[in-house]
Design a protein around this ligand. Structure first.
Ligand SMILES: [Zn+2]
Length: 91
């Protein structure tokens, strides 16, 4: 297996049509498949790593996060718990 074969979407692990893209939630880049890039889907870990509970997000970010939570099959409560766990692991 060469490097090219290992390229996969950071969100859904698809290996089809993978490109490097700018995340819509931070100054980082991930490999995205065509669908995830178009839909602004982000890796779940990147969402919780923002370290902000849902109610503290801007309206624009709430919109993005809600769409992502539906995609990742998570509730806002689960999201907040995962953010809390992330923050606590760094304090
Ligand atoms: Zn994808």
């Amino acid at each position: 297996m060469n490097y090219r074969d290992e390229k996969k979407c950071a969100v859904c692990e698809s290996t089809q049509n993978i490109t490097l893209g700018q995340s819509c939630i931070g100054a980082v880049s991930y490999l995205y498949c065509e669908r995830c890039r178009k839909e602004d889907y982000e890796p779940y870990g990147a969402l919780t790593a923002m370290g902000m509970r849902f109610q503290h997000l801007t309206d624009e970010m709430k919109h993005i996060v809600v769409r992502n939570l539906i995609f990742h099959n998570k509730t806002i409560e689960e999201f907040d718990n995962d953010v809390k766990a992330f923050v606590e692991s760094y304090t």
